[in-house]
Design a protein around this ligand. Sequence first.
Ligand code: BV8
Length: 232
Amino acid sequence: MSLIVILTGAGVSAESGVDTFRDQGGIWSRYDLREVATPEGFAANPTLVHEFYNDRREQMKAVEPNAAHRALALLEHRYKGEVLTITQNIDDLHERAGTKNLIHMHGELSKVFCIRCSNRLAWDGALSAFDNCPTCGHAGCLRPDVVWFGESPYHMDIIEEALNRASLFLSIGTSGSVYPAAMFVEEAARTGARTVELNLEPSEISELFDERIKGPATKIVPAFVESILAAD
Ligand code: BV8
């Protein structure tokens, strides 16, 4: 059975009103990633990091999936083969659009974990250093369940296995500036996948793809999904 592997980045959620990182006015133009997206930054100033993620968790409640998220969910439900969506995003828009076979390789804003007892739990409000872990009862040990720079992305074994047997690899709304996600296209191409980049602008890795489709995700993703289903 043929497998389509899809990698998404912040660009797939941009038209839902979720900030991207490296576009004009993006998150990394307002915050220093070393202060808010590294374990060292969290150790140095947990309050700043909690506020950074609390703001984004709040923002997530005010946004809805867009036509690109919905088209990818439709592809998973209608395609005769298998579809795996790997997202670098920590929002919940893919699942809210109906995608089921989904990997959050950089974690999820809607979850936290305890650095003392490792318990992982859903958390939809503000988090602070004064919150107690409901499992071990200690305060100051809950952190956002996101993968920071210098930490290992989640489910890399499942991702590597899927890349090795994909017949089609799609990269949607990512600048290709973060690793190891930026290497997935080469891994998929090595074992024979057709590779397509769907992005508003050429990314840092555009030349690695067989094809490039340029435009806003809510326009180019539904059209591309239609073409795959028509040929299926
Ligand atoms: C790791 C946290 C070891 C949560 C993030 C080589 C190999 C391995 C590692 C490295 C390497 N070189 C450097 C590293 C280290 C580092 C790294 O990549 N550094 C960079 C800065 C060079 N990587 C790591 O530390 C990773 N860990 O390597 O561990 C390891 C390695 C392999 C196997 C096991 C272990 C951990 C990286 C994760 C960091 N955490 N986020 C959070 O706060 O969100 S990364 C951060 O960037 C976000 O999560 C985001 O997902 C990610 C990528 O950004 P994009 O999604 O692409 O967003 P961006 O704004 O950049 O681009 C948006 C794109 O959309 C643009 O192209 C734009 O044109 C387009 N767009 C905009 N609007 C639209 C649109 N497209 C379509 N339609 C639109 N409307």
